[in-house]
Design a protein around this ligand. Structure first.
Ligand code: SF4
Ligand code: SF4
Ligand code: SF4
Length: 255
């Protein structure tokens, strides 16, 4: 019997699942090793019996809470995939505004038909066995995590920053080009893809352990960013982590 894999999607753009579908060269090998029994973007089947559940998206409605709890009760292992599921991601910006204001902006006169809750990570609602970070996840990491889970190899999160990978890639730091980047406080794992192509890291893989927020704020302020611009850098993907503290820290460290 092959292990059964299931893919589920909650509030998200489904771009992480698309990354899995984009594994064109490897998909046949994967299908030799596992049976995919639930994957709305790829198959019609919706089996209720699976071993590993990959869960994309953040949790934002009462129905999603019940659905993700049901997935947890059926799966031996649950892996949260992508920034929406692991961090709240861009969806977490909703939590900066009153819930009724957001609901009315989006649904207008139909607002009362759409119950909505403050954004939560998947791990806020159920126990998660592993978090695969990124917006979107990388194909390389999906293959590594899936193989490791199938072989029973323990998984470890990356704890070094994007700067480590950026230096390994031989990039000139964007700060030396007059630009900005929060790679110094962001978890590695994407091979510093944004700085490598000339864009500052926006933090989609979450913060490293013990990030030096104060130092990062000061560096960004020294480079001329305003307080709202600094706040945007910290909250673009990581609003849930800093929503309570970031305004105070910016006020404290930007004079
Ligand atoms: S993490 Fe990014 S790519 Fe993945 S579902 Fe969320 S918004 Fe889409
Ligand atoms: S460009 Fe960003 S990730 Fe690269 S070294 Fe500079 S701060 Fe670090
Ligand atoms: S460089 Fe930063 S924003 Fe870009 S993919 Fe990596 S973690 Fe995400």
């Amino acid at each position: 019997m092959k292990p059964k894999l299931a893919m589920f999607s909650f509030t998200s753009c489904e771009g992480c699942q698309l990354q899995i579908l984009n594994l064109e060269d490897e998909l046949l090998s994967i299908l030799n090793a596992v049976e995919i029994v639930n994957f709305r973007e790829a198959i019609d089947e919706k089996a209720q019996d699976y071993d590993i559940a990959f869960v994309e998206g953040s949790i934002t409605t009462p129905e999603e809470i019940e659905e993700v709890k049901d997935i947890r009760s059926k799966a031996k292992l649950v892996v949260a995939i992508g920034a929406c599921a692991c961090l709240g991601g861009v969806n977490a910006m909703k939590n900066f505004f009153p819930l009724d204001f957001v609901r009315n902006e989006v649904y207008k006169e139909k607002a009362s038909c759409f119950p909505t809750l403050p954004v939560q990570r998947v791990g806020d609602v159920i126990k998660v066995d592993y978090e695969m970070h990124g917006c979107p996840i990388t194909k390389k990491e999906f293959l590594h995590v899936t193989k490791s889970l199938l072989l029973g190899i323990p998984l470890k999160q990356i704890h070094y920053s994007i700067c480590t990978e950026c230096k390994t890639a031989g990039n000139v730091c964007l700060f030396d080009k007059g630009e900005t980047c929060i790679g110094a406080i962001t978890r590695g794992g994407c091979d510093a893809i944004c700085p490598t192509f000339g864009d500052g890291c926006e933090g989609c893989r979450g913060f490293v352990d013990e990030p030096n927020f104060e130092g990062m704020i000061q560096v960004l302020a020294d480079r001329g960013l305003t307080k709202p611009e600094i706040k945007n850098k910290f909250t673009y993907f990581n609003g849930l982590d800093v929503i309570e503290t970031i305004n105070d820290k910016i006020e404290e460290f930007v004079k």
